[in-house]
Design a protein around this ligand. Structure first.
Ligand SMILES: [Zn+2]
Length: 504
């Protein structure tokens, strides 16, 4: 007897539909899985068998062959176990024919027959819905997450025995806990105490605050450089409080990625842009993705559509910083994995802080040797420093300065400037000034007529190359958007240039 059950597996952060075919034939009892299973899938046999027996069902003492199609795709993890178990039951005549037509099944099994949650449910259900599946059976713990996809009927499974009874029409489908109600879309609700911060907490630093606002509005990479204790880290940490909101499509995309990475998804979409702040001791694999075993998304992918914050940039391993260069350029990261190489999305905004030298004192009272300073400078390679559109020196704040503007007020200006960019780039493959292609820069980042001279002067004065010039022009466009100006003025150019200083 042959039974086929639809399911899905994760490839990187994307779902891939899989058909689980189970063939039960006469012969000595045996169990074989074919079709590129990874170790976890191969080892699922004992769990599936124990779950079937614990549920009071018969395990066929015959030859069982499980084929996972399509054959060329590596199947990973334990999320196929429930589909395998139903396939065995179907091939053994323990399920009515046709009950799984048009239905896909996801779930891991406990030895007691319980159905356990699987990572990446959102990505898996999304892929199944796109493939035309009309209904999915998912672990009860993942049901509200699966509902986020829309357009597909979601059924919850708590145990294998109960699921079989529901499929046979002997019991009603169980309810599941409704998703937590979003209290008025409060973006802080899902964040830890550390994130309950506001720009009003930061005193002084008007220029650095302005640069932070520009970074938020135009999506520009930003580097703050200055001695410890100036408030630069405090300021950078508040970037998340002024960023423009995610679009509904981006929210689904970000939630899907976080779900696939095994981050908790509480039955609602991620409402705010991610803000990831890995420590400088993080490995290169933790930062950019990969690692041994199943390739995992790294911090840069978890920061997709949001911010990657690197404090003490000079303390990160040079190899890790080098590994950031390709993803910064391509907004995605390629991880080579046999038999295929994976691509993870990585459209993140880089924000970093660095000290002027290892001791941090900078020009005043530095105790570092020339060799130490030189080694430190070499760590922050020129190609990496070049990626920052905004490079701002942060010195000690003026203690007399009054309390700063609050995040909500700044966020309003950022959102308005962001809206102007969205409208301008509606027919282009980007939505923010930071990503305007160099070839389109002259046309899209137009200057006011009397700014031409200022532009020529700036290029000559700073010996700007094509790339550096484009970066300054993009920032100038963001300043113009914050001013609601149709074209870039000489003042915008001058300010953009001063926000791209030579640091450290
Ligand atoms: Zn020093």
């Amino acid at each position: 007897m042959l039974a086929a059950v639809r399911s899905a597996t994760l490839i990187g952060v994307d779902g891939q539909p899989v058909t689980v075919e189970v063939h039960v034939s006469s012969g000595l009892p045996a169990y074989q899985v074919v079709g590129l299973p990874d170790a976890a899938v191969r080892e699922s046999r004992e769990r599936v068998r124990a779950a079937v027996l614990s549920s009071g069902l018969e395990w066929p003492q015959r030859r069982i062959t499980v084929n996972l199609a399509p054959g060329g795709v590596r199947k990973s993890g334990s999320g196929l176990e429930l589909a395998v178990a139903l396939g065995v039951l179907g091939a053994n005549d323990a399920l009515p024919a046709g009950v799984l037509d048009g239905v896909a099944v996801l779930g891991e099994l406990g030895l007691d027959g319980s159905v356990r949650p699987v990572p990446g449910t959102l990505a898996l259900v999304d892929a199944l819905a796109r493939a035309g599946v009309g209904a999915v059976v998912v672990p009860a713990a993942n049901a509200s997450e699966a509902e986020l996809v829309g357009g597909v009927r979601v059924r919850a499974a708590r145990t294998l025995g109960e699921l079989r009874a529901c499929l046979k029409g002997e019991e009603p489908w169980p309810d599941w806990d409704p998703p937590a109600v979003d209290p008025g879309g409060d973006p802080d609700a899902a964040l830890g105490d550390d994130e309950l911060v506001d720009l009003a907490d930061v005193r002084g630093l008007p220029f650095a605050r302005h640069a932070l606002e520009v970074a938020a509005a135009g999506g520009h990479h930003l580097l703050f450089c200055g001695p410890p204790g100036t408030g630069k880290t405090m300021l950078a940490r508040r970037l998340g409080t002024i960023l423009p909101p995610l679009s509904p499509a981006e929210a689904l995309e970000v939630t899907r990625i976080h779900s696939a990475a095994g981050e908790p998804v509480r039955g609602r979409l991620v409402g705010h842009r991610p803000f990831r702040a890995p420590h400088h001791t993080a490995s290169t694999a933790a930062l950019v993705g990969g690692g041994s075993g199943r390739a995992r998304p790294g911090e840069i992918t978890l920061a997709h559509r949001g911010v990657l914050f690197l404090d003490e940039l000079g303390e990160f391993a040079p190899s890790s910083l080098d590994a950031l260069r390709q993803p910064l350029e391509e907004r995605a990261v390629r991880i080579s994995r046999q038999p295929v190489s994976l691509t993870f999305p990585a459209a993140f905004q880089l924000v970093a802080c660095s000290n002027p030298c290892p001791c941090g004192a900078g020009a005043q009272g530095c105790r570092c040797s020339d060799a130490q300073r030189e080694r430190y400078r070499r760590r922050l390679s020129a190609p990496l420093l070049d990626r920052f559109d905004l490079r701002v020196r942060v010195d000690a704040p003026d203690a007399a300065d009054v309390r700063g503007e609050c995040s909500a007020d700044v966020a309003l200006r950022v959102a308005a400037a962001f809206g102007r960019q969205r409208a301008r780039y509606a027919d282009w493959p980007w939505s923010q000034n930071a990503h305007v292609a160099p070839g389109a820069a002259t046309r899209l980042l137009s200057l006011e007529r009397d700014a031409d001279d200022a532009w020529r002067f700036l290029i000559a004065e700073r010996s700007l190359t094509g790339r550096g010039a484009t970066r300054i022009r993009r920032v100038a466009r963001t300043l113009a958007d914050l001013d609601d100006a149709a074209a870039i003025t000489a003042d915008h150019l001058e300010l953009a240039s001063s926000m791209r200083g030579d640091v450290p």
